[in-house]
Design a protein around this ligand. Sequence first.
Ligand code: T4K
Length: 372
Amino acid sequence: MMPEKPIFVNQPSLPPLEELLPYLKQIWESKVLTNSGAYHRQLEEALCSYLGVPYISLFSNGTIALITALKALNISGEVITTPYSFVATAHSLLWNNITPVFVDIDPITLNIDPGRVEAVITPETMAIMPVHVYGHPCDVDAIGTIAERHNLKVIYDAAHAFGVHCHCGSVLNHGDLSVLSFHATKVYNTFEGGAIVSPNAAIKYDIDRLKNFGFENEVSVTKAGINGKMSEFSAAVGLLQLQHIDEQIRKRQVVDASYRELLKDIPGIRCHEPPMPQKSNYGYFPIFVEDENRLTRDHLYESLKASGINARRYFYPLVNSFPMYNDLELDYTENLRVASDVARKVLCLPIYPELNDVDQSRIVNLIRKESI
Ligand code: T4K
């Protein structure tokens, strides 16, 4: 019997190859491969307009963009963040010699719980780094109020929040800076890539120096910068992807709605249902395997995997449990109850624009069979 084809959690969307060829021809002819070439400049402009943000700086990936965002704001000391994220969020703090202080999450949004932030502010705290987990907006108003009251910077890890709008337009306009990821597995991808959204030209200027080794001009280096530049190839892919993004998000919405319908009567399976933002991107489809289910989340994960369905436990284990975070002073076992509970139950099901009805039924039928 033929093995069934594997299904991955976030299969990248790619535009038709023939649409990329004219871009490649242009790169080949110009021989400008990187360092803020024509496509790079065009993509920055196009993204500002699509996302509704004032300034954007493109990066080679989201992690370098996070590290650079902290550098650009001269953050040191302690930063309050969430343990319920991809490791890159907290790692960006360690790469800046900053101590992460993990705070529990809200059980509905799964984002940092603003109600717990003030209790951990110390004289060393310089910033908050919340994450719009799965593209669902944080409580930006509450976080903004706390930051203002304590004179803290806010850097949003918006890796999942491409194109997301909250109650007042793009969620990327909140905080001091927002950082995007354009990794292959994201809603909008440039193979590898990322960006920092800034509110004014002065901070964009600093960020653009920092991502290019700190060069001010040919003979002057004014900052200890890094190489975080996006190549012309990635920028070209980005321009092309932008032409298809609305259609791709629309298809994701159909997959999302169909999962909700198909899963609704399976005992012990609960879909994540935070308040819907004004505009979503449907980047992830987390479910929770509740305690009353016949199987644990890990059993379900394994049996899906055995059938070629590669769901992912985003975000398990919690970041604070990794060895490089073990010597932090706070005792997190008591303080991270919600995050620990969610991390134990969550499973992100495959979601991407090309996920067809047949494959979706295959996934849901397996979950049903294992759950009843
Ligand atoms: N902040 C947050 C909140 C993030 O979630 C991330 C990244 C970052 C910051 C950092 O941004 P970047 O530096 O990555 O730009 C994946 C992604 O690698 C990572 O970008 C993402 N978050 C995270 C949530 O998911 P893994 O370790 O699960 O990736 P991987 O390679 O196992 O891919 C997952 C599945 O996708 C595979 O089973 C197969 C499929 N896949 C993957 C790739 C790379 C494909 O079909 N094609 C591909 O090219 O982390």
